[in-house]
Design a protein. Sequence first.
Length: 138
Amino acid sequence: MRVYERRVNYYETDRMGVVHHSNYIRYFEEARTHFMEEAGYPYARLEAEGVMSPVTAIACEYKKPIHYPDTVKIAVYLVSMTKFRCTFRYEVTDAGTGDLRATGRSEHCYLTETGRIVNIQRENPGFIETFLKEVDGE
């Protein structure tokens, strides 16, 4: 598990100062790319090596609204990693109070730049070795 912290920007909110629901998915992506950087294998490196990792499924459950100018912490858990897919889980909490604001999950596969499915264990063993030790389970 790794934690990413960020402050809510005004433009991410609606007229009531509440973060628009679509931004949670962006927060998950920011936290996931931060997770990869901290683990020592940034997404940019994976792409430079010819592998993409698109989102194949995503979900978010909203618990309590986030407002401007709250600061939130997004805990990222690598739930599973196989040679063809990986799954992340997210918990968004208020940085000040620790209140749970949202939970989420995203699933990803591995593709070449031309869209061919990649067996990451065979094509890029360094990548899977880096992240297998990060698997946290459910």
